[in-house]
Design a protein around this ligand. Structure first.
Ligand SMILES: C[S@@+](CC[C@H](N)C(=O)[O-])C[C@H]1O[C@@H](n2cnc3c(N)ncnc32)[C@H](O)[C@@H]1O
Length: 267
């Protein structure tokens, strides 16, 4: 590991706004078994009281990278609490350092795998989720996509009724997949567009005005940016889109450019 990363990891320990739980705080063994199961972290249900010191609404950015959206939204809405979640410590360092330097009291960052998110938030604790340029997970199990029925089930466990999920991405594949999930579950669409800077759609101003690290790269390449906002409310289990999503067709449309997004992943 390079000196730069080591320095960032060391400095991460000093940021009050950054939580870095280790695996033993969210995983334990089933009694009499070797299977691991998720257990509640002490912060679950306590973000308002213990971290922010108020009961303002809480909004998450999942896969926040350097926290660009989290920071921009927090500057614009001081009466809302924002939490950026990512697994990469060197990227979170950037967000946590900026939040600390600017004294942003309504920002926190959580270093964890998003698969464990249910360990950190209690029922009704979160109002909105932003998925910003999430890895589209083109191959393998659709369960790894952050807008799959499996993840929606996790989110529903801690979102308020009427909670909103915002997906902003350069990946038409992920956009269309999510649209198919939304359709299969008859979820309410709040806004949708497949080229937001050309087809002006009704959406919060920040959708057009805030560009993340990855979005800036995709815009430089001239790629269209898509947006989909929907309401999480749903009776019963979420179902998979099945034939409602033509993965092969959208994979072909996606083309080879996705490999670009993984190039700076180590940074
Ligand atoms: C393509 S980057 C986008 C970062 C940022 N949202 C942006 O737009 O600049 C995707 C980010 O999601 C994070 N990520 C992907 N899968 C994750 C997971 N399962 N748990 C935690 N973080 C994850 C990666 O570490 C990476 O920082």
């Amino acid at each position: 590991m390079g000196h730069g990363k080591l320095r960032k990891f060391a400095e991460n320990l000093s940021f009050r706004c950054l939580l870095q739980p280790d695996a033993s705080q969210v995983l334990d063994k089933e009694p009499g078994s070797r299977e691991l199961r998720l257990k509640d972290h002490p912060v679950k249900g306590r973000w308002g009281a213990d971290i922010f010191g108020n009961d303002n609404p809480i909004v998450l950015e999942l896969g926040c990278g350097k926290g660009d959206y989290t920071l921009a939204l927090a500057r614009r809405h001081p009466d809302i609490n924002y939490i950026g979640v990512d697994i990469k410590g060197a990227r979170l360092w950037r967000g946590a350092k900026t939040a600390t330097e600017e004294g942003l009291a309504n920002v926190a960052f959580l270093r964890t795998r998003i698969e464990f998110i249910g360990a950190f938030f209690g029922p009704g604790e979160v109002s909105e989720i932003w998925l910003t340029f999430s890895d589209p997970q083109l191959h393998g199990s659709e369960n790894s996509r952050l807008s799959s029925p499996l993840f929606l089930e996790r989110y529903r466990g801690f979102m308020r009724p009427g909670g909103t999920v915002h997906l902003k991405t350069d990946s038409r594949f992920l956009h269309e997949y999510t649209r198919a999930v939304v359709k299969a579950n008859s979820l309410r669409v709040l806004s949708e567009g497949t080229d937001i800077y050309h087809d002006r759609i009704p959406a919060p101003a920040e959708v057009f005005e805030v560009q993340t690290f990855y979005e800036s790269m995709f815009l430089e390449m001239g790629l269209p940016i898509t947006y989909l906002a929907f309401c999480i409310d749903h009776e019963g289990p979420y179902v998979f889109p099945g034939d409602g999503f033509d993965a092969d067709y959208w994979l072909e449309k996606e083309g080879p450019r996705r490999s670009f997004s993984h190039a700076p992943a180590g940074k």
